[in-house]
Design a protein around this ligand. Structure first.
Ligand code: AMP
Length: 130
């Protein structure tokens, strides 16, 4: 069965899309640990990140850089942290999380609640910098 991220890539379910090219898509995490928390997802569905080709992994970091720099322009933070977990969604993805202190990267932190309008507004503001 297709992963939830493949369904997003295919346009079957909506997302707050920041960027897309022929190999990757980036959208805001629906349950963010920090405002501006985004995901980077390869379009080819592979569960474990290290089962991806070297080429995909290299290109993924370059794509992530573009998105991270755009997030930084709209979200006040010291830097963008990168996390890879993948225990909930079995489709490779990288978390980009605005951070000021190490603890900001903990998935045990309470999640940030944003309205659909706030998600939309944040998406549009970040997209301007892509
Ligand atoms: P993990 O697989 O543990 O790295 O976590 C999966 C992440 O995907 C979580 O942070 C979820 O909030 C996020 N997520 C799951 N479904 C969606 C969705 N439809 N749109 C955006 N983010 C999602």
């Amino acid at each position: 069965m297709a992963s939830v991220f493949t369904k997003i890539i295919q346009g079957d379910i909506p997302c707050y899309k920041i960027a897309e090219d022929s190999n990757f898509i980036s959208f805001l995490d629906i349950n963010p640990v920090k405002k501006g928390h985004a995901l980077i997802v390869p379009k080819v569905e592979v569960d474990y990140i290290f089962d991806n080709t070297d080429e995909t992994l290299a290109k993924m970091m370059v794509f992530a850089k573009k998105v991270a720099l755009a997030i930084e322009k709209e979200v006040v933070c010291k830097r963008i942290g990168i996390m890879v977990v993948g225990l909930e969604v079995a489709h490779t993805h990288m978390h980009l999380i605005p951070m000021d202190v190490e603890k900001d990267l903990s998935f045990s932190n309470p999640r940030v609640k944003l309205s659909p309008e706030e998600f939309e507004d944040l998406t549009n503001r970040i997209r301007k910098h892509i």
